[in-house]
Design a protein around this ligand. Structure first.
Ligand SMILES: C[S@@+](CC[C@H](N)C(=O)[O-])C[C@H]1O[C@@H](n2cnc3c(N)ncnc32)[C@H](O)[C@@H]1O
Length: 386
């Protein structure tokens, strides 16, 4: 068998869609940055696709290539590597190439045919698998170099996993015929921003463009460095104040995770004005209402600082949810994560439906804010839409 026949034979086998997994290894040059490439079949939006995992010295990178486009990539891989081990459902194949591309092809039949799993082989409870190394989590210091989640980062790991689950549940509300525009406000170290990019773009192959925005210049610069190093072309980070950020006209999904106090309201207001179809927001440290509360009828509760703080926090999120309903969102307050993980565990989930509120709903809202003496930032921001 010569080199061209080997290529044709291997590609023909792939066309049968019986690949279980394959490893392409033995770099022709020692200096090759990629040490080996793992292949596995996955189904992306109904299309049989080969997922390539490029293994560098320290990091992994993923690329999904539709089977129909794989031949070109295969040529490039064979320019770099001399060995292929491939497992198909009913045979194993080993291909060894000499420096001059003489071919040694060995195959053996499987006694018991293997199954092909076109899903992403994920554990059910986590969309990000805690036994797998993710380059972005290693760079962000959540995982060790060999892919273990650091003990002190486990809560963060759980939080971003849970948040990504909520995003996954919301995908049907997002456009399918164009790039999905996503903003993460108050992204900070951007664990969530990277995680959602990884999950939606790399694992699910969705056409997305993501921006993380935060006040902290150094943190954002580091996020941009990581994003560039990992080749995340459609993920950018900007330094700025949410309240001054008016660069967009239309956004599909806005997320926030623990954006402080009214920063959450600024984000919600922008999301509404840009017509975001999906808003997912886990607020934190709600101080605004705490300062305004003046309700003698509730003093039995509010005289206690701890209760006042918790009450203000719950009332703030209820007001936010109600305001979003009043401007056409189907809104729910959900438990984000178990309370031992973080007490900041309410998630506001809002899907735009355009449904007009009833007069009774508006009156109910007015009565509530009057009772509390509340003058919500978000109400002021949405004034024209209410
Ligand atoms: C508690 S951190 C959360 C960071 C990140 N979302 C996470 O969960 O790891 C809150 C972030 O919101 C940012 N922030 C607060 N107010 C902001 C504003 N007005 N505009 C932009 N970012 C803001 C802070 O700089 C901080 O990084």
């Amino acid at each position: 068998m010569n080199f061209e026949q080997m290529k044709a034979e291997f590609l023909a086998l792939l066309q049968e869609k019986t690949l279980v997994q394959a490893t392409i290894s033995q770099p022709r040059q020692k200096s090759n940055e990629i040490k080996r490439v793992k292949l596995k079949p996955i189904e992306l939006r109904g299309v049989y696709t080969i997922q390539l995992e490029y293994q560098y010295e320290r990091i992994l990178q993923h690329e999904n290539i539709a089977l129909a486009d794989f031949a070109e990539q295969f040529d490039k891989l064979l320019e770099q590597f001399r060995q292929i081990h491939a497992q198909f459902t009913s045979q194993n194949i080993q291909i060894q190439l000499s420096k001059k591309n003489k071919v040694l092809w060995k195959s053996d039949q499987q006694a018991t045919p293997k199954q092909v799993n076109l899903s992403h082989n994920r554990k059910k409870q986590y969309l990000l698998d805690d036994s797998k190394a993710y380059p972005f989590l290693i760079r962000l210091g959540v995982q060790t170099e060999d892919g273990h989640v650091k003990k002190q980062k486990y809560d963060k790991f759980k939080q971003i996993n849970r948040f990504v689950e909520f995003i996954d549940d919301s995908l049907s509300y997002l456009p399918k015929d164009r790039t999905i525009r996503i903003l993460d406000f108050g992204s900070g170290k951007s664990y969530l921003t990277f995680a959602l990019y990884h999950y939606l773009k790399i694992e699910k192959g969705l056409d997305i463009r993501v921006t993380g925005l935060d006040l902290k210049k150094e943190v954002i610069e580091e996020c941009n460095r990581i994003s560039q190093d990992l080749g995340y072309e459609d993920l950018e980070f900007l330094v700025g104040d949410i309240n001054d950020y008016n660069d967009e006209t239309a956004v599909d999904m806005v997320v926030t995770l623990h954006a402080c106090d009214v920063a959450t309201d600024m984000a919600l207001a922008r999301a509404v004005k840009w017509g975001a179809k999906v808003i997912l927001s886990v607020p934190c440290c709600q101080h605004e209402l705490n300062r305004q509360l003046d309700t003698p009828a509730l003093d039995v509760m509010l005289q206690h600082g701890l209760i006042r703080e918790r009450f203000a926090s719950l009332a703030t999120d209820s007001i936010r949810a109600e305001l979003l309903s009043l401007v056409g969102y189907d809104t729910q307050l959900l438990e984000f994560i178990d309370i031992e993980n973080t007490p900041k565990n309410v998630l506001i989930r809002a899907y735009f439906t355009g449904k007009k509120p009833s007069e009774a709903q508006r009156a109910r809202y007015d009565a509530f804010v009057t009772l509390l003496n509340a003058k919500p930032f978000l109400q002021n921001e949405l004034q024209n839409l209410l």
